[in-house]
Design a protein around this ligand. Sequence first.
Ligand SMILES: Cc1cc2nc3c(=O)[nH]c(=O)nc-3n(C[C@H](O)[C@H](O)[C@H](O)COP(=O)(O)OP(=O)(O)OC[C@H]3O[C@@H](n4cnc5c(N)ncnc54)[C@H](O)[C@@H]3O)c2cc1C
Length: 423
Amino acid sequence: MNQLSFLDDDPPASSPVDWSPTRSAGIARQEYFVPYAGRAYARARNFDLAATDRTNISCLSPWIRHRLILEQEVVASTLAKHTFAGAEKFLQEVFWRSYFKGWLEQHPAVWMSYRRELRRSLDQLEQSKPLRARYEDAITGRTGIECFDAWARELVELGYLHNHARMWFASIWIFTLRLPWQLGADFFYRHLLDGDPASNTLSWRWVGGLHTKGKTYLARPSNIARFTNNRFDPTGQLATVATALKEPDSGPSISLPSAEHLPIDVPYGLLITEEDCHVESLKLKRPPSGLIALAATNRRSSLPIGEPAQAFARGAVEDGVARAETHFSIEKSEISDLENGDRGWGKELIVFALRTDVKLIATAYAPVGPVAEELAAARTVLAAAGIRLIEVRRPYDDAAWPHATKGFFKLKAQIPKLISVLN
Ligand SMILES: Cc1cc2nc3c(=O)[nH]c(=O)nc-3n(C[C@H](O)[C@H](O)[C@H](O)COP(=O)(O)OP(=O)(O)OC[C@H]3O[C@@H](n4cnc5c(N)ncnc54)[C@H](O)[C@@H]3O)c2cc1C
């Protein structure tokens, strides 16, 4: 048993998480965890027990983020074992991802400003030796704040951190170490198996008081000691105030782009990316003439991407391709070099279209982030060659995203309705 007492619906003895980037590993983890997604989760989810004991949280985020398993599958399997009220907390967490994705989709300027300011901060690192030294200490776990240093190493080694540790880490980064938040977000994004433009960027902004304007998150030593079971106690080492960060207004929100539909009677080639590795559930009306896979993992940052994160994204795409080949009875697809940086996606896709003899390429909708940027650039190149690109959006996103205009609570109020519509 883990060290806490969770009463009758305790998870069984801790077993290491199998982080394999396959749908079957994700489904296995889902089946293991869902029985405890009710009261046990609500009671114990905030404890960061240890990297070797993840019995109190699902650890499903890497699979959900790459859509190896789908949000609605997690929701359905949870409701098959619990009532809505019994698993409400867990279900709400699942919808936080939808909220962040939908919100960023309607505020793309926030992503662009993050990327711009990150470049500026990286330039500053080149120019200022003291800043560079403080940054290096933080990312290599040499600040002298034991918990922070342990989390920095855990992130690099495993590609995963507990949600509470992510909040404490971001808070210490911003308010105690006083480093630019964009550098911290970049460090997470480069190393997390679930590294995601929306959840990551907006969570960092939330901690710094930029998402919910003026409301910050302060990491407190007593809270860290309690929720790490006294593994850590940084008393006297942390900032005691967290004054909200400020930034210029990033401009108004935009409307969600309208959904595109695949024509029934036109042959097409199918592109698989790390944004969605379950294309067989896209409800495409006819099988594609060919498959191609491309990855944009290296575009997460100009700094190197962590090996675990890189391997997870690549494995997820390869697993997606293997299943799609079986599902659509396609013998051979193109995944020769997933990161086709030099040639660019546009040219890569033109060659694919010519070889497959299609004038239309379909792919799952890519939300704001590097894949969407690659697709936007490719769209122009393809159009010049007379090839159309269509991004197919899932009904789940179509239903949830319009509610992600303000704070989470607006979307939260819609969760029961969303679940019944999606059922
Ligand atoms: C600073 C910071 C950075 C983060 N960066 C990322 C990121 O890059 N990618 C990412 O997927 N999550 C990110 N999160 C959100 C959250 O920490 C992870 O989704 C969660 O820890 C994943 O662990 P789990 O699957 O065990 O979650 P559980 O507690 O078991 O929750 C179930 C599912 O709900 C979703 N979820 C839970 N909490 C959140 C949340 N706060 N925001 C969005 N979705 C949530 C995830 O899909 C998760 O798998 C970040 C949080 C913080 C504070």
